[in-house]
Design a protein around this ligand. Sequence first.
Ligand code: GDD
Ligand code: MG
Length: 340
Amino acid sequence: MEAIILAGGFGTRLRPLTYTRAKPLLPILNKPMISYLIESLPKEVSKVVIAANYKKEQLEDFFLKKDFGKEIIINEEPKPLGTGGAVKFAEKYITGTFLVLNSDIISSINFQEMIKLHRDKKATVTISLWPVENVREFGVVKIEEDGRITKFVEKPKPEEAPSNLINAGAYCMEQDVLDYIDTGRLVSMEQEVFPRIIDDGKGFYGYKIEGYWVDVGRIESYLKANQLLLDKLGLENAVGKGSKIRGTIRKSSIGNGAIVGRNSMVDSSIIFDGAIIGEGARVVNSVVGENSVVADGAILSNSVVGDGEEVKGIKENEVIWTKPIPKGYPRTQVGNVIRA
Ligand code: GDD
Ligand code: MG
């Protein structure tokens, strides 16, 4: 079986970290987050197609060095084709029932169970579901008692949401789905393809995930995913190779070769490789990018610092990036939000 991982988004809500890095490679406990997804795939999935676009060279580099025991294909789109268009663009690799996965999810999904339900129901599409309080940023479904989904609305106004069950970003599909996607244009799976398949009366089912689920879409949820995995693994901190911890660290990930200076405190934060936290500095609920420096005595709280920056003084609720924005990087959110 093949799995297509949608890994081509710009990750605009995670800037400035994504100015320099493909979102799926953001570290969680010092491991690129796409690793967790690939490691959770069942044996039956022997081929993984990475639907790439933005920063695809970084993804190529990563997969050249790391062996997951599965064939990995980097499939570069000539331009962003959206969540549906990217799947169509991978058509040549699909040989039967297949999976489609958003690359920015950390969850306890049991793929074997989802695939079994898909087969038992003889479904055309089975999507994973998760309950949330605020549905605004997600795809929302109406589901019947037998698990059949009768409505799918992407990012509805709260008053128009048919339930609190959202699309959790992992699908099992039959090849007929590909007939619903035009070649070569931007197509949103969520806005165009799913509603049409449901309207056509095809078997469209929901599989409820049990355990945990986080969409690493924003800095807050990125920090939350880091906390969650520390808790799940029973770790107080994750500390990378060659790092020097001279201050106090709590509930944080510290990258390889990072330095946490004397009398400093890092709490509920993510510190990337090679970053330096100066003496007496405090970093709380923040992300510090690769090789960045938080000066001696500085205070950083609820903030994000891009790669290679220097922070002095007191920073609260700030996004720190002083360099030019990379050419071609969108000003606003794109991905599946664009209407074709
Ligand atoms: N290859 C490729 N090309 N990948 C893309 C493109 C594209 O043009 N656009 C987006 N992606 C990838 C992103 O990198 C991400 O892994 C995935 O597709 C979903 O895009 P997001 O931009 O993260 O979407 P979202 O978080 O707003 O909403 C999606 O996820 C929610 C769950 O987290 C939707 O699928 C919602 O329905 C869902 O509830
Ligand atoms: Mg997302």
